[in-house]
Design a protein around this ligand. Structure first.
Ligand SMILES: Nc1nc2c(ncn2[C@@H]2O[C@H](COP(=O)(O)OP(=O)(O)OP(=O)(O)O)[C@@H](O)[C@H]2O)c(=O)[nH]1
Ligand SMILES: [Mg+2]
Ligand SMILES: [Zn+2]
Length: 280
C-alpha cells in the first residue's frame, strides 16, 4: 500500500492513506543506506507487519526541518517581537529557492506596529521582484494558497507559526509561545515535525529555524537565487560578474539608483563573504 508519512516521533512513523492513519516502523535496510523515511515521503508499507518497505523518489527535501516533497514554503516573518530581519528573510528566500521550493512570504504581528510605513515599503519591494506577500490577518487568502499543496511553515521562533495554524483550523490547539515562556524555555515551542490537514492542504508546523546554513551552496548558488539579480545579470559587463568588485556591474548600478534595496544588496554581500570564510 502507498501512503504518505505525516508524522515522525522517535522511530515511529505515522503514515496516511485514504484518510486512514497507521503507525509504522522502518526496517534497518534504510539505516544502512543512510536514508530514513521523513515527513512528506511517499512510502510503500506492508499492511500486515506495518513496516515501511520502500521510500518513493523525493521531489525535493529540506534538511532542517526534515520534510520532503514540498510544494511551497510559507516564510513567516514578524514585524515586531522579534523585530523584522531582512537578513533572515533573504537567507530563507535564497535557501528555499535553491532547494527548488516556491517561497511565499507572510508577515505577522503587523498589528503591533505604530508606524507601518517602513514595512509597507518592504512588502512593496518583495512584491515588485515577483514574490507573493501576505499578512497573517488575511486568513482567507492564506487558506486559498494552501489548497491541494504540501506546504512548510518556516520562520524564527516566536513569529507565530503555530498561532497562524490555530487560527486556520479551530480544533488544532497547537501550543504557542505563552506556554513556553511559562515553562521558562528559550527554545522552540514546537519540537517535532508533523503534517496537519487544513481543508484540502497539508501543512508542516515545523520547529522554526533558529539558524539556517547555506549547506552545499556555492557563491554562484547564492547569486542565482537572488531573483532580481538573476533577472538582470545579463546586463553586467562580465558574464561571470559576482556583483561585488567588478566594473560595469549593472546590479551595483541598480543599487545606486535605488532600484534594488540596499538591504538586499548588503545581505547578498554578507552571504557571499560567509561562503568565502568557510572556504579558508
Ligand atoms: N500581536 C500578535 N501576536 C501574535 C501574532 N501571531 C502570533 N502572536 C503571538 O506570538 C507568540 C509566539 O507565537 P507562536 O505561534 O508560538 O510562534 P511559533 O512561530 O510557533 O514559535 P516556535 O514554535 O517556537 O517556533 C504568541 O504569544 C502568539 O500569541 C500576531 O499576528 N499578532
Ligand atoms: Mg510553534
Ligand atoms: Zn554584476
Amino acid at each position: 500500500m502507498q501512503a504518505r508519512v505525516i508524522k515522525l516521533i522517535s522511530n515511529k512513523w505515522t503514515v496516511q492513506s485514504d484518510n486512514k492513519c497507521y503507525e509504522c516502523y522502518s526496517i534497518g535496510k534504510f539505516r544502512y543506506q543512510r536514508i530514513s523515511p521523513i515527513v512528506g515521503d511517499m512510502v510503500e508499507i506492508d499492511e500486515k507487519t506495518l513496516v515501511i518497505k520502500k521510500i518513493l523518489p523525493r521531489k525535493n527535501e529540506l534538511l532542517r526541518p526534515p520534510v520532503s516533497n514540498i510544494d511551497q514554503a510559507l516564510i513567516l516573518v514578524s514585524c515586531k517581537e522579534p523585530n523584522f530581519s531582512s537578513n533572515l528573510l533573504d537567507k530563507m528566500l535564497v535557501v528555499i529557492e535553491f532547494n527548488n521550493i516556491k517561497p511565499v512570504i507572510c508577515f505577522t504581528k503587523y498589528d503591533l506596529l505604530d508606524d507601518t510605513n517602513e514595512i509597507n515599503d518592504v512588502i512593496k519591494y518583495y512584491k515588485s521582484i515577483g514574490y507573493e506577500v501576505y499578512i497573517n490577518d488575511n486568513l482567507s487568502d492564506i487558506k486559498n494558497i494552501l489548497q491541494g499543496k504540501l506546504s512548510v511553515l518556516t520562520g524564527q521562533t516566536g513569529v507565530g507559526k503555530s498561532s497562524l495554524l490555530n487560527r486556520l483550523k479551530k480544533d488544532l490547539n497547537l501550543q504557542t509561545g505563552e506556554i513556553s515562556k511559562a515553562l521558562g524555555r528559550g527554545r522552540h515551542t514546537t519540537r517535532h515535525v508533523e503534517l496537519l490537514k487544513i481543508d484540502q492542504g497539508l501543512v508542516a508546523d515545523t520547529p522554526g529555524f533558529s539558524s539556517l546554513d547555506f549547506i552545499g551552496m556555492s557563491k554562484n548558488d547564492i547569486k542565482d537565487n537572488f531573483i532580481e539579480f538573476y533577472n538582470n545579470q545579463d546586463k553586467c559587463k562580465y558574464k561571470d560578474c559576482i556583483h561585488i568588485k567588478e566594473d560595469g556591474c549593472f546590479i551595483k548600478q541598480m543599487v545606486n539608483q535605488g532600484k534594488i534595496r540596499t538591504s538586499r544588496y548588503d545581505n547578498y554581500k554578507k552571504f557571499i563573504e560567509s561562503i568565502e570564510e568557510k572556504k579558508r
